[in-house]
Design a protein around this ligand. Sequence first.
Ligand code: ARG
Length: 472
Amino acid sequence: MAGGEGGSAGAMGGAMWGGMFEGGAEAVFRALNDSLPFDWRLVQEDVRGSIAWGRAIASAGVFSEAELAEVVRALGAIGEEAAGLGGPPVESGAEDVHTWVEQRLIARAGELGKRLHTGRSRNDQVATDLRLWAKSACGTLIEAVALVRGALIDVAEREAETAMPAYTHLQRAQPITAGHWALAYEAMLARDARRLVLARESADACPLGCAALAGTTLAVDREAIARDLGFMRAAENSIDAVSDRDFVLDLIHACVQCATHLSRLGEDLIIYASAEFAFVRMADGVTSGSSLMPQKKNPDACELLRGSAGRVLGRYAGFAATLKGLPTAYNKDLQEDKEAVFDAVDRTRACLVLAERVVAGLVFDRERCARAAETGFLNATELADYLVSKGVAFRDAHDAVGRCVRHAMSKGVGLESLAVIREVEPRVGDDAAAWLTVARMLERRGALGGTSPVRVREAAGAARSRLVSERA
Ligand code: ARG
């Protein structure tokens, strides 16, 4: 990666723009300017885009049939050559992946290789490559999201009857079923999948043929190029096409939302797995021990899910800030797009794969969950509902039950101790006992979206069929 020496290779070793320049580029400049170490990931997309461009300019008369066939053959071989390399060939001196592909093409096809860049710019080229990559990344992420959703639906089916306390403000609120809790996360991830579909649509326009910014002089059919590369459409405005990175932000944003959901899932499980709660145990394979305290089983996987959300959000914030002050059309700042989106996608994908393992290995301590759901006055709302059924207005019932809770607390009993409750609220009859059981509380929440075991089973089934049809 040392500075180039000029000469026939140009001012920067192997540069494609050296004609006007004298002397080599500063090594410190090259270190920051060269993107090959990271844009190497786009090499197959660059080869595909180059083949499509070769075909397009052949129809505009730049290559004969036979010449095009040779260029396409050489590009195919370059794709294979790239696949065989362990990593970016930085010793080539190529500034970026586009330069490398072109260098190799010239090495293989000589003068024909030098003609491929006719009417094309790296500006429309890189935007095309990255859009191709983003589209396929969305597909990969949607698949990974689907696996976590499947694992959550499994939990919902297994634990449709498992009562546990639910919390608001991290204070015991009302009983729910553990299956209902799992489906809450499934719902979040289903929205993430939808957002990824939208991010894929956002990337689904082809900039090739927009050249540097003003459009190409060659008589190419841009719609045909778009179709050739599997894009839904050709990008409309050439200036916008070379500088639009909305699709990058849309994809990172989808990652941010997804990583945030996984972070909250991780946080719940860290709490639920603590000795104080002990609602769940995590599989050994996603936890770690302590180098000092032999008794420890630490929920590192969940902590990493939680920690990753900040990192992915940082990628969004960082790249959004890069974009905000850019003047019209391509600027080198845009090169920041790649590390941002690669890292956001890689980390989100890794988190999804990990989350699936965490969820699949969860074991609920049903006894402990049930006992926790029976204490802490989770049935206070129920007692108020009972009084309402006896004709008391809800606001008065709320107030009365508040007094009951206070009295029960002072006696060290729960609301089920009806004799104690009657000391402050004589309207509580023997029939209240049935209202206050956890099973009854769960059962009563049978309206759409509620936590009753029947509803949870039904919702798990519906989620499963949605997942299956989305994947079909
Ligand atoms: N490596 C560059 C990038 O990633 C490719 C585009 C270069 N364009 C240019 N006009 N220098 O953005």
